[in-house]
Write a protein that binds this ligand. Structure first.
Ligand SMILES: Nc1ncnc2c1ncn2[C@@H]1O[C@H](COP(=O)(O)OP(=O)(O)O)[C@@H](O)[C@H]1O
Ligand SMILES: [Mg+2]
Length: 337
């Protein structure tokens, strides 16, 4: 039996549909990655799991407990590290942890013992007795983690745990997660960083538009895609028609498929080749058609390709769309003023 079972979860915020029939099973003692662009519905899913938010419909159980019916019992076994945390600025890190321990009804001596352990593991000595207001992003994130881990949960849920962190802080958090998993903790982590899910997850789901669009072992997901991915940079397109004509040429070549014009980077195309012969045919044909190739890079499929295959766009493009929509909304608001 899976530790977390989510069935047909639906959640809207007013007119915005955040979850549109999401299904997910997370096995025990795995590090499960939830990958998706901004706005995909990751935070909404995790907040529902942590019983901080009610869905409109659907079924969620953790360790066989229906969390919508029995929220209190499930809170004891899970630790949650939110995406954005409002840490009190006046308290010190230690005081905040003590407060957290009290909220979980932990015994004083246990709280002190756990703080000592976490202090050691997360290397917080230098600043744990300083006021939180003075912490850097990396310190704050480590304190968030300590708060999530204080009551030794068997299920740890983290929402984008390393956003905005430098490489060093990021890798120390990665190390800690791997260690926790080896000790039997089940970890569910959301991220829009491909590398993060790639580096950590045993199992993963790609979520987009409030639905799971692919799931499984990251290696299998990539291998299922078959051929090599190619990114081709060509001379500048003067307009959309020209971009489409290059695309049409490529699509007519045997062994070349899934040609996508990469709008974000202007003059590049992504495609899939069956084998090396297809690459050679492509080079010849483009030369005949006077399409100058500036660069050609070839690689095994990545998780971004899994996403591209399922949605027809890259994660980066999906993120840009969200940003653009936000800008348009903000502009509309301003113009109404
Ligand atoms: N409190 C809210 N009010 C209105 N819309 C929201 C709220 N929270 C999230 N949304 C919308 O729901 C969708 C999913 O958001 P979210 O779960 O935060 O996605 P993610 O964490 O993957 O970025 C987005 O379109 C987002 O704008
Ligand atoms: Mg989020």
């Amino acid at each position: 039996m899976a530790l977390i079972e989510i069935e047909n979860l639906v959640k809207s915020y007013g007119k915005v549909c955040a979850l549109n029939g999401l299904n997910l099973n997370v096995p025990q003692a795995t590090l499960y990655g939830l990958l998706g662009p901004n706005g995909a519905g990751k935070t909404t899913t995790l907040r529902i799991l942590c019983t901080l938010l009610s869905p409109d419909s659907g079924h969620v159980s953790i360790a066989g407990i229906d969390i919508l019916k029995h929220p209190i019992s499930v809170r004891k076994i899970l630790g949650y590290v939110a995406q954005e945390v409002a840490i009190d600025k006046i308290l010190t890190g230690r005081e905040l942890l003590q407060l957290q321990g009290n909220l979980y009804h932990m015994h004083y001596s246990d709280i002190d013992k756990r703080i000592r352990e976490l202090n050691l593991r997360l290397d917080m000595f230098d600043w744990i007795d300083r006021r939180c207001g003075s912490y850097s992003g990396g310190m704050r994130r480590r304190l968030d983690l300590a708060c999530g881990l204080l009551h030794s949960p068997t299920l740890l849920i983290l929402d984008e745990p390393t956003v905005g962190l430098d490489i060093e802080s990021r890798s120390s958090i990665w190390e800690l997660l791997v260690e926790l998993k080896s000790q039997g903790t089940t970890i569910l982590l959301s991220s829009h960083y491909l590398e993060e899910v790639e580096a950590l997850a045993d199992q993963m789901a790609i979520i987009d538009g409030g639905k799971v669009i692919a799931e499984g072992d990251p290696e299998n997901l990539k291998n299922q895609l078959g051929g090599d991915r190619v990114t081709l940079r060509v001379r500048e397109f003067s307009d959309e028609i020209e971009a489409q004509s290059v695309r049409n040429i490529l699509e007519s070549i045997q062994g070349v498929s899934q040609v996508v014009v990469n709008r974000l980077q202007g003059f590049s195309l992504n495609l899939v080749v069956d084998n090396q012969a297809a690459v050679n045919r492509m080079r010849e044909r483009l030369e005949e058609e006077n399409v100058q190739v500036f660069s050609l890079s070839q690689s095994r499929p990545s998780l971004d390709d899994v996403y591209l295959q399922a949605t027809g766009r890259t994660i980066m493009d999906a993120e840009m769309e969200v940003l653009k929509q936000r800008d348009t909304k903000a502009e509309a608001k301003n113009s109404m003023r």
